[in-house]
Ligand binder design. Sequence first.
Ligand SMILES: [Zn+2]
Length: 344
Amino acid sequence: MQPRPLRTTVIGSYPFPGWLEYASQHLEAFGQDDIAEMQDDAVVCAVHDQIDSGLDVITDGEQTRFDFNLSFYGYLDGIELESRTPRQFGPPAHDQRGKHGITDELRAPRGLGAVEEFERLKRLAPTGPTLKASIPGPYTLSGRLLPNSQYKDRYAVTEALLPFVRDELAALVAAGCTEVTVDEPSMSCYAHREDRRRFVDIFNRTVESIVGKCRLSTHLCFGNFKGHAVGLRQYAPMFPDFLEFHVDEIHVEMASREYSELAIIQQIAQKRDVAVGVIDVKSYYIETVEDIAARVHECLQHAPADRLSFAPDCGLSQTARWAAKQKLANMVAGVQRVREELGV
Ligand SMILES: [Zn+2]
């Protein structure tokens, strides 16, 4: 059950302020202390915007993952950074993301950095909203590493990464994190063609260290690289198998798909809480308060209020900040309007 009926939440990422993007391209000009200050300042911006919108749950906006060395791959030993993406020109798409080579045994001696991110968020956020951490799962992380003779295929790489994620999740909860999202967008994108039972097994072994110790969710996404999807945008192939994920809440993106398959939330709500994406992060149409309230009512025809939460379709990192702010504010106001109507 939701901690609050018709809860408002976010997926994880938030747009970088322009100055942060500029600075991240000129990091050589900054010292260690400058960068630490910049990381704090960026999180303050993301926290401010989210607090302003009135959300029940906020994140650090993944503001500090602006550099390879600050991303999950930067924490891995045994890989070499891919220097050049295979396609340099043409419209932006997933094939322009480089893959990293594996050169040695994969190790993560310093963890994956999510605990430091959470500690920073705790230090900078005001009391009130729930602080959520999100971390990609091992199958998704494996997608940007090239298998080799030691790790023969994507599943072998996944198995090597799984304990790193599992340990990081345990450390997050030990650090006081009460709400965690494990993102496996590669599982939702490829569910139609891969072994879904195998995905469920991988997912459940990843989260076994924290099940029952925090509020745990996952986000079933179809991709958002520079605002583009990559998967077959259908939920039908995932269910009922994905109901076996050991999570409290499953998030589905509905706004960008014009609420196609909305009835699937009924099936999810019989077993799990369901977070419905009501903000299209890829469109510059700003959903109005009335739009949101109408969608909340529509969702209530399929699932009870204490099973439902509302969020953008995906992280907001690929949406301009002015639009992200307006969209979040309208989402919260629309949900609040329905709460008042229903007296919840
Ligand atoms: Zn997503």
